[in-house]
Design a protein around this ligand. Structure first.
Ligand code: SAM
Length: 269
């Protein structure tokens, strides 16, 4: 305990269950060859074990009170670099080599952090992340279910995902409102091939914008393709097995890629 009152606004729910801490570190399968980036080290429970297992650790913490505490308690750990700042603003692209990200994420920014990290996928081999249980389910969901949506497709586009284990809310102090889960994302060496990743993101976003509707209704007014080409493009999609009477939640990642490529060829210029 640090005696520093937790800041709810910074998502400060600290892990107090040592078994969970060790399990997360074991899950990351670290060696002395690895560099770890830890987001939100907090009071340093995970940080200490990560530094023992990995070659080096870069820990980024926004709360200056905790940065001071970390420097006092872990300042002597030679393979640890404590960075005072916002993990959302960190230049991951400029890391010298590829890293493993391990974090008990502050939940208020978990999806924006994941999006930011996936944007630097060349610099990351894998991530072991503690997330709100519902977010973990969405990220790792398979097609067809209630949890499968924009986030599932966009994360799985970059990484293979695995929902590993649930962490009950009693493992934290202060006790949060919801349970958590630990997921592993293994970044693909070569992400699925699309002509334009920004266009792909627009298609996925448009497809899920009206998730209860048929794809033809979600895509029609999305400016992805000009209205006069729509029937022709629908015909082409049917010929490759994608009937736009389906709903977005039934499409696999590879069907999204195929659909996006056909839409790209016929896009509004
Ligand atoms: N790793 C610690 C643990 O497991 O007990 C703390 C986890 S706590 C859920 C999230 C941590 O992220 C807090 O220490 C919080 O101050 C920090 N944090 C919040 N927003 C941040 C940001 N934008 N950048 C870096 N750290 C942040």
């Amino acid at each position: 305990m640090t005696g520093i009152p937790p800041r709810k606004s910074l998502g400060q729910n600290f892990l107090i269950d040592e078994n969970i801490v060790s399990r997360i570190v074991r899950t990351a399968s670290l060696t002395k060859e690895d560099t770890v980036v830890e987001i939100g080290p907090g009071q340093g429970v995970l940080t200490r074990e990560l530094a023992e297992a990995a070659g080096s650790v870069i820990a980024i913490e926004l709360d200056e009170r905790l940065v001071r505490h970390l420097r006092e308690t872990l300042g002597g750990v030679l393979n640890l670099q404590i960075i005072s700042g916002d993990a959302l603003a960190f230049p991951y692209e400029s890391l010298p080599g590829r890293v493993t990200v391990v974090a008990n994420l502050p939940y208020y920014i978990s999806t924006s952090i994941i999006t930011k990290l996936l944007g630097a996928h060349d610099k990351i081999t894998s991530m072991v992340l503690m997330l709100q249980k519902e977010v973990a389910q969405r990220i790792t969901a398979s097609p067809g279910g209630r949890d499968y949506g924009y986030m599932s497709v966009m994360v799985q586009f970059h990484a293979q995902t695995e929902n590993l284990f649930i962490v009950p809310k009693q493992a934290f102090t202060p006790v949060p409102k919801v349970d958590s889960a630990v997921v592993r994302l293994v970044l693909r060496d070569a992400p699925e091939d699309v002509s334009d990743p920004v266009f792909f993101e627009r298609v996925v976003s448009a497809a899920f914008s009206k998730r209860r509707k048929m794809l033809k209704n979600s895509l029609k007014n999305s400016l992805v393709i000009p209205p006069e080409k729509f029937d022709d493009v629908m015909g082409r999609l049917i010929r490759v097995g994608i009937d736009l009477s389906r709903r977005a939640e039934t499409l696999s990642l590879s069907e999204f890629v195929l659909m996006s490529e056909i839409l790209f060829e016929n896009r509004e210029l």
